[in-house]
Ligand binder design. Structure first.
Ligand SMILES: O=c1ccn([C@@H]2O[C@H](COP(=O)(O)OP(=O)(O)O[C@H]3O[C@@H](CO)[C@H](O)[C@H]3O)[C@@H](O)[C@H]2O)c(=O)[nH]1
Ligand SMILES: [Mn+2]
Length: 359
């Protein structure tokens, strides 16, 4: 907990241990609003779309920027696993980062206010979530027991109160909620105005729809599982990038005994993307997921899968064996999952180490 105390000192928490990854096909004007919170941190900007377009980064930020030409140059043929014309490209930023933690945010997400009107430092809350344990094996009805002013409730086994390392912190959104196209079409004016002051661990054995808009994770614990799949240009599906990563990540976290939290912090999601465009991107996913979810619910990983990479390669094998019959796309995706791990290990040779033990 000492690390969390550091927030009272002048040095921002994890200043040199965290990268902020931003996918963009638009502009980075939103950074002005985040400047007080983001300026001390290093940014990794993944520029999608036309590489000849210049993306201006506001003055005063420390950053590296990669466009499609850079990705192709760095990965060579393995660049085929990085999506083009889809926010899924952001996972390239996870791969090239050298830091222990990642926070990723969309360029239409702004600083939200809590019910008292105070601006929310979403990054600081993600860091608190990541630096405190998770409790996936037994649900604490008073939510996050490690939070000031809360604890484990009566009946919570003491043998489980140490918790497990937190791999992922999943934040939420005020204003435009992350709805799928059909929901957006029937509820075009719905806005999320409900601020729920809670952080919860997602129980072991339960999947969840991970949104990439406001997401933090421990790259050393789970980074290689955060592949955002083959989406966008040339692919039959889009807007399932973060979902795919979340399902793979959750089954691997369950296997390795790692935790995933959801809830605070909120960001203000400013722009609703076009529901008709979104429907075209996601419609196959809407019926495929009725087969994908039972697949992920039934995944078991062998005990000798003791690193994220080994788990992920085993998962890729099972995707090919069991989902290839759903659509040829999943054979391609399974191959891309292997390419992703090969590329990850090429750029991060030292992280082939065990990430925790199978539970
Ligand atoms: O081709 C593209 C499109 C967008 N981006 C960048 O990605 C993020 C998200 O874009 P946008 O805000 O337009 O899309 P949303 O529908 O709100 O995104 C949510 O749905 C998921 C889609 O997969 C996504 O993970 C969620 O955040 C922005 O930064 C765009 O600039 C892109 O890089 N390439
Ligand atoms: Mn958006």
């Amino acid at each position: 907990m000492a690390a969390i105390q550091a927030s009272k000192s002048s040095t921002p928490l994890l200043k040199d241990e965290l990268d902020i990854v931003i996918p963009t096909i638009r502009n980075l004007d939103f950074l002005e609003m985040w400047r007080p919170f983001f300026q001390p941190y290093h940014l990794i900007i993944v520029q999608d779309g036309d590489p000849s377009k210049t993306i201006n980064v506001p003055e005063g930020f420390d950053y590296e920027l990669y466009n499609r030409n850079d990705i192709n140059k760095i990965l060579g043929p393995k660049a085929s696993c990085i999506s083009f014309k889809d926010s899924a490209c952001r996972c390239f930023g996870y791969m090239v980062s050298k830091k222990k933690y990642i926070f990723t945010i969309d360029d239409d997400c702004f600083v939200a206010k809590d019910p008292t009107g105070k601006e929310i430092n979403a990054l600081e809350q993600h860091i608190k979530n990541l630096l405190s344990p998770s409790s996936p094996f037994f649900f604490n009805t008073l939510y996050d027991p490690y939070r000031d002013g809360a604890d484990f409730v009566r009946g919570y086994p003491f043998s489980l109160r140490e918790g497990v390392p937190t791999a992922v912190s999943h934040g939420l959104w005020l204003n435009i909620p992350d709805y799928d196209a059909p929901t957006q079409l029937v509820k075009p004016r719905e806005r999320n105005t409900r601020y729920v002051d809670a952080v919860m661990t997602i129980p072991k054995g339960t999947l969840f729809p991970m949104c990439g808009m406001n997401l933090g994770f421990n790259r050393e614990l789970i980074g290689p599982a955060m592949y955002f799949g083959l989406m966008g240009d040339g692919q039959p599906i889009g807007r399932y990038d973060d979902m795919w990563a979340g399902w793979c990540t959750k089954v691997i976290c369950d296997h390795l005994g790692l935790g995933i939290k959801t809830g605070l912090p909120y960001i203000w999601h400013s722009k609703a993307s076009n529901p008709f465009v979104n429907l075209k991107k996601e419609y196959k996913g809407i019926y495929w997921q009725e087969e994908l979810i039972p697949f992920f619910q039934s995944v078991t990983l062998p005990k000798d899968c003791t690193t994220v990479q080994k788990c992920y390669l085993e998962l890729a094998k099972q995707v090919k064996a069991k989902l290839g019959k759903v659509d040829e796309y999943f054979n391609k995706l399974a191959d891309a999952m292997v390419t992703w791990i090969e590329a990850w290990d090429e750029l991060n040779p030292s992280t082939g180490l065990a990430n925790g033990s199978a539970k």
